[in-house]
Design a binder for this molecule. Structure first.
Ligand SMILES: Cc1ncc(COP(=O)(O)O)c(C=O)c1O
Length: 483
């Protein structure tokens, strides 16, 4: 059992046996750390767990309060999926979403588009037109699969840029791409089934797979992407249910898959029949020579996930799944169980933006901006040589870096926060949960000057915390080739 779990269980026990009644303020972080002989960040982690499972109410700047949680809700037995989901420690994604509204200055935690790229004038115009349309068309219910005109615009104005031209009955509009991934997992993955991913990979995807009881096999990556040479040997006789990949500007490493790897992956899927889920959240950052994997072989068993969260605005919650029509029909039936349709207004805003004829210009600006921010961050970190970079990507939102020997990302998180710096800890991106000394730095939404100042602050903090001799030129690690 990990240390924070021991603390969390101790506090749960104290709540159950009445030592801490509903409404009681818990002893301070310092006292709790002393009681259990752990660090204060471990206490905070335990509190976060307990908050996520409804035991505590915690407003971060003081000790938590025991929640008034009805006894009956503790007695109702959870289903397998409910149990899996609540035992997951849902705090990582929760923390990320919380970081999205944080006012901390050097926020490298959340991967979001630059707010200055939000096309606010276009939104004004689009919303103005929508407000003068019949109210029921804008604010009424709409089909679960997505409005036809919106699916048409997505196909013609967006997916076409990725080399896809699906008929609109092969498109389901979702509330972001994570919903698409959850629906696919519900449809295809039983508890105990094996899912293959890149290692590391998007923490949200791992969260979904684990919540549905999947076993996860992470295939290592190098600066050219997934090690496709290992697929055959590592998956032999394991019958994976699916393989989840991000071929462009991968989260968290920024790596774009090399052409020969794309080819090998698609060939493997064709040979084995294992469906590929292609998450193309950052596909807009690729050049025309790097379209969807579907273009490698249109007959490949492949489902394409896309989203407007990274190219436009995450808060509108519009994404899509592209798959054969029978799969789309089944996914729509599943979506209906909890979400009758993606918000009509959001869909229409996305459509309005797609039809304005500004998509190419917007994407070019985004590519230039994010490319230069990534370059600034990479140059600074390579010159400094305290961290080892997983790769030196030219495009994307992120850098994934390893801390000096003996350091733990989790232990550094709070001290960094105290210095107005946020980063994402690396372990949740690891299928095997064995990357506690890695961190992800999202630089997409920070101007160059903030990147430089924020990273220098972080480096100073790391030097203050590092074991003697573990930082600096003696640690020099060979940088991998640029991806
Ligand atoms: C690779 C990847 N896929 C999906 C998502 C989630 O996107 P959405 O907001 O569309 O659910 C993210 C968000 O960080 C991501 O990085």
């Amino acid at each position: 059992m990990r240390q924070f779990e021991i603390v969390s269980q101790g506090i749960q026990h104290a709540i159950h046996n009445g030592r801490f009644g509903a409404g009681t303020t818990l002893p301070s972080e310092r006292l709790t750390a002393q009681e259990y002989g752990v660090s204060r960040s471990t206490v905070r982690r335990a509190w976060r767990e307990l908050e996520a499972t409804g035991y505590l109410i915690w407003l971060e700047d003081s000790s938590p309060i025991v929640a008034h949680r009805s006894e009956w809700s503790r007695r109702v037995e959870r289903t397998d999926v409910g149990r899996l989901a609540s035992n997951l420690g849902p705090t990582f994604l929760g923390d990320l979403m919380q970081a999205a509204v944080s006012h901390i200055r050097y926020n490298f935690e959340i991967g979001t588009p630059d707010p200055d790229l939000l096309p606010m004038a276009d939104f004004h115009h689009i919303l103005g037109e929508l407000f003068s349309s019949p109210a029921s068309e804008v604010f009424g219910y709409s089909p679960t699969i997505g409005l036809e005109r919106v699916r048409r615009a997505i196909a013609e104005e967006y997916l076409s840029r990725r080399g896809l031209c699906p008929p609109i009955d092969q498109i389901l509009v979702t509330a972001g791409s994570l919903q698409g991934l959850d629906l696919l997992t519900r449809l295809w993955v039983r508890p105990g089934d094996l899912v293959v991913t890149e290692s590391p990979t998007f923490a949200g995807a791992l969260h979904v797979f684990r919540a549905h009881g999947a076993r996860i096999l992470g295939i290592p990556m190098d600066p050219f992407g997934l090690r496709t040479d290992l697929l055959e040997s590592q998956c032999r006789s394991l019958s994976p249910r699916l393989i989840y990949v991000q071929p462009v500007a991968h989260n968290p490493t920024g790596i774009t898959m090399a052409p020969e790897r794309r080819q090998a992956l698609v060939e493997w899927a064709m040979k084995t029949g294992v469906p590929i889920i292609e998450d193309d959240a950052y596909g807009f950052l690729a050049g025309p020579d790097n379209p969807s994997l579907m273009t490698v072989n249109p007959a490949a068993p492949l489902v394409h996930l896309n989203t407007f969260s990274k190219v436009l605005a995450p808060g509108i919650r519009v994404g899509c799944v592209v798959a054969p029509h029978d799969v789309i029909r089944q996914l729509a039936s599943l979506k209906q169980l909890s979400d009758l349709h993606t918000g009509t207004l959001s869909q229409l805003v996305a459509e309005g933006w797609l039809r304005q004829g500004q998509v190419d210009r917007h994407i070019q600006r985004a590519q230039t901006l994010y490319g230069s921010r990534l370059k600034t961050a990479t140059n600074l970190l390579v010159r400094d040589n305290t961290f080892r970079l997983f790769a030196e990507p030219r495009q994307g939102f992120y850098l994934f870096v390893r801390l000096p020997h003996g350091m733990r990302a989790q232990a550094l998180h709070q001290p960094a926060r105290d210095r107005e710096v946020l980063f994402a800890v690396g372990d949740p991106f690891s299928p095997a949960q064995d990357m506690p000394d890695w961190i992800r730095l999202a630089v997409s939404a920070r101007p160059v000057a903030q990147i430089e100042t924020g990273l220098r602050r972080l480096l100073r903090l790391v030097h203050d915390h590092a074991e003697p001799g573990s930082c600096g030129p003696s640690e020099k690690t060979k940088s991998p080739p640029r991806s």
